[in-house]
Design a protein around this ligand. Sequence first.
Ligand code: RNT
Ligand code: ZN
Length: 419
Amino acid sequence: MTQQERYAQAKERYAAVGVDADQAMEKLKTVPVSLHCWQGDDVIGFDHDGPLTGGIQTTGNYPGKASTPEELFADMEKVLELTPGKKKINVHACYAIFEGGESADRDQLQPKHFARWVEFAKKHHAGLDFNPTFFSHEKVKDGLTLSSPDEQTRRFWIDHGKACIRISQYFAEETGVPCVMNIWTGDGYKDIPADRLGPRMRYKDSIEQILSEPFDKKLVKPCVESKVFGIGVESYTVGSAEFALNFAALHDGCMPLMDNGHYHPTEMVSDKIPALLCFYPEFALHITRPVRWDSDHVVLFDDETREMAKEIVRSDALDRVYMALDYFDAGINRIGAWTVGFRSWQKALLNAMLLPNEKLKQLQDENRLSELMVWQEELKSFPFGDVWEEYCRQCGVPADISWFDEVKKYEAEVLSKRG
Ligand code: RNT
Ligand code: ZN
């Protein structure tokens, strides 16, 4: 049977349970997912020579890492070729590109330092998202940035945040797509602090000052990312879940961002999504795979990934949830890792769109719970793979594992030649 014949059969199977597979694919093609630039070079960037510091870490030393803008753009282009669906490009401030020997510290960054990202995004018809970089920098003082008791330090990082608002506005104006600007810092303490309130009050004030920078709320979408702990910051994190949720709830024009690696391992972000949908018009997600902790493993098509996508899709919230990927693995081929993660989230969304969600809700509401369980189990062996392959074909990307041959070829021809 040809791939298209298999699809025709699969389509009938889905139609029999009231699901329109063509419609699901058409819808998925319109949903933007933000591809993070930082999987390409282990979260290093171009504005400093030092290592990654500040509560996050990559492990592994796989050869062929991108170390120039040209290399990172080329690698990212490979990923774009191998992944279906609509993209945004997620840029961190440390990926500023300085031309002609100039440089600027983080508080002095300007839109022109990101002009090549705009060019890259336009070339690929993608929007841009942005992140101030509050780590890997000598002005992180005693592990603190926006919550520092040192006013000079705090001022520097507030000014960085404000510069990033201006850059986000520029991104949105240039691409015509709103720019999500995510504030995450690793601020916190390794051991038991004596004052938990002071740092949080300073953090609150700092983010308020950043948001006082003028911007168009339709174009720039600031958000605050919470975290439970970081490496070296195990006892206390300033930007905790309660801090971020309450900050966003009480500041018009600011959203919360939930990273599914940033909770205790038995807490599920899939369950938190509909909780936030009750109260927030919009919010943002970082999609990752926390293996026992916030390990930032490559996203797979696993149970919780599927469950998160289901909650967004069946809550009819695809236009309320800004979805961005956030993982970094330096131990395997980075382009393969990048691609698997993006394809996995696309699969999760498609899978969710291929479920008879209204029918399942009805079973729940009528308390037909054994039937609900049976349906949910039976649906797992529906011919999802045939629809996925058709979706990839329609998007002009490899449908099967042959995409990895492209990665191997690129590794042999390009990556293996890097110093
Ligand atoms: C760190 C946060 C944050 C970073 C990126 C690089 O724990 O998840 O989102 O991963 O900003
Ligand atoms: Zn994150």
